[in-house]
Write a protein that binds this ligand. Sequence first.
Ligand code: NAG
Ligand code: NAG
Ligand code: NAG
Ligand code: NAG
Ligand code: NAG
Length: 632
Amino acid sequence: MSNNLFIFFFSSIFLSLPILHLSSPSPSPSSSSYDTSYRIDCGGHSDFVNNFNISWLSDRFYTGGANGLVSEPLLFPHQQEKTLRYFPLSSGKKNCYIVNVPNGRYYFRTFTVYDNYDGKLHPPSFDLSVEGTQVFSWRSPWFEEISKNGAYSDLFAFVNDGEADVCFYSIATDPPVIGSLEIIQIDPLAYDSTSTGDKLLLVNYGRLTCGSNSFGSGFSNDTDIFGRAWESDKEFRVGNSGQSSIKVLTTLKNIVGTNQKPNHFPMHLYQSGVTVMGKGNLEYTLSVDAKVDYLLWFHFAELDDSVTGAGKRVFDIFINQKNATRIDIFKQVGSFAALNWQYTVKNLNTTDLRVKFVPVVGSPLVSGIENYALVPKDLATVPDQVIAMRALKQSLRVPDRMGWNGDPCAPTSWDAWEGVTCHPNKDKTALVVSQIDVGSQGLKGYISEQISLLLNLVSLNLSSNSLEGTIPSGLGQKSLVRLDLSANRLSGRIPDSLASNLQLVILNDNQLEGQVPEQLYSIGIHGGTIDLFGNKGLCGVPSLPSCPLFEGLSTAGKITIGSACLVVLVVVFVIIYLCYIRRRRNDYDFGLPQDLISLSAKRNRYQRQKSLMLLEMETQNTHRFPTTLNPL
Ligand SMILES: *[C@@H]1O[C@H](CO)[C@@H](O)[C@H](O)[C@H]1NC(C)=O
Ligand SMILES: *[C@@H]1O[C@H](CO)[C@@H](O)[C@H](O)[C@H]1NC(C)=O
Ligand SMILES: *[C@@H]1O[C@H](CO)[C@@H](O)[C@H](O)[C@H]1NC(C)=O
Ligand SMILES: *[C@@H]1O[C@H](CO)[C@@H](O)[C@H](O)[C@H]1NC(C)=O
Ligand SMILES: *[C@@H]1O[C@H](CO)[C@@H](O)[C@H](O)[C@H]1NC(C)=O
């Protein structure tokens, strides 16, 4: 998909056309439960409400980049089209907008514009993904028209991870750009998702209203609950059904069956239609990319009062020369009522999708055509590993320039995060992180414990940074074969976990101390490589000093020893206390350990008499008892 231009554009010329006003009785706005909508004015500094009473947000939810302004703002009719956000390479190769939303299905719409905002006369090359699936590819040079006026693109996608993400990937060194972003909740069942499933993105390759001017989002006050924009069909009608033979039907009457769950097709769509005079065909050509399947939705309504029965207007629909169905609108729904029909085009081998309405009785009549590329959802990283990678990004303080944004591994057509290597898992249902290679990147943080969630990590290289803290006890997952943490400021002990399948362990030039786990040392004996040189106080294996007593004990061991000491101390204290009491009673003082003698000597001239044993014990514990022992 990488070389195709997945766009569908409305030029600003359309936007400035006079808007068709229909004083139709507005459809009773069905109470919608689609509460979530974000309209983001990328690069914009303040929130505003436009002249269609639509609220826009100032720029937010982005991972990096900077604000820009088109070179001729006055030529853009909408405020949100004038400013933009761009992502220079200093922000990293991959950047995103990430918006927390309830899981569900959403309409994503982007406005992309260049208009020489940077004075370089070079529209950038970049890719765009939605929910980790690449959907659009922009390649320099753009069509002059689009570069100057901008283009809208949209699609429907499911969000299953609580966040809607739209990511940009720079090609070569070009900075991706975006003018505005809309994310609007729609019905999950829309467009027959019960049969297509939630693993497809529906990318707009044409959403035409026949016989009417463009309407909906950004064009008119006509409401479309899903925020869809409907483009005039004029440009898409073919050859012999030229203007002369075309006849437009419009009505102000109510159309039955519109604005209903789950699709909420607006009534305005069915209040106009295109037919032909005489016996001609009505034909449309839609440009597509050949490589995926396409979903076509057709919209009909009988708008002619003189058609009063079944069999008066009958026509066949041919899709790329293939007879797809026969339509008799009245027979199916009567007049002034909405009729939909859908069709999936598979194995398309051309870049034109030709739709032909061929009369059988009377003339064909059509109100709208939608065409969606069915883009399979790309694999995503295993959720636990996303959590781990985000924790590492934070703990290692990975710099912006490395572009650690969005999904660490997806889309598969892009490189993973800089320094990260991914693979599909065994059953090819998800992506996993297999390698992290971020040596000499000036990292200053620590290694997050969450690294233990990377169950497929084979190789970790964090060498030559300034990492502090300890080696997490969760490091040493079964998969790990190579580990290079050399030349950092890691301290503490080497965790016992670090052994299992490692063949290369490079820990030199840190501040590690304590007993080296025997199992780890044996890696060297079994033909692996291990380097522990230049640490603070590692001990306990050949070529290193032996460990001091008690060193290398497990925590449990230490607790045992600690408790034993405590018991001894308590005994000592009790004995001392008893002596003290006795002394008081007998006006008899006892001697104090050496370094306290000078103090006590002033108060007490008596020489003591006590057992040697007690004396020894006191001496050993002097430094712990000074205040308690001071009989003031
Ligand atoms: C849209 O409708 C609102 C009232 O519902 C009105 O104030 C506004 O002027 C209309 N906008 C246009 C462009 O017609
Ligand atoms: C504009 O929208 C707000 C809510 O978003 C609504 O309360 C208000 O009535 C609308 N105004 C008009 C003129 O439609
Ligand atoms: C086209 O197909 C429909 C059924 O799908 C059929 O009824 C009709 O006769 C066909 N038309 C032609 C011209 O073959
Ligand atoms: C496309 O496929 C149709 C049959 O589905 C075939 O007749 C036609 O020759 C093919 N065209 C190309 C360019 O392969
Ligand atoms: C780790 O990365 C550094 C570059 O920062 C490199 O010199 C070193 O060889 C790598 N270690 C291993 C084990 O590949």
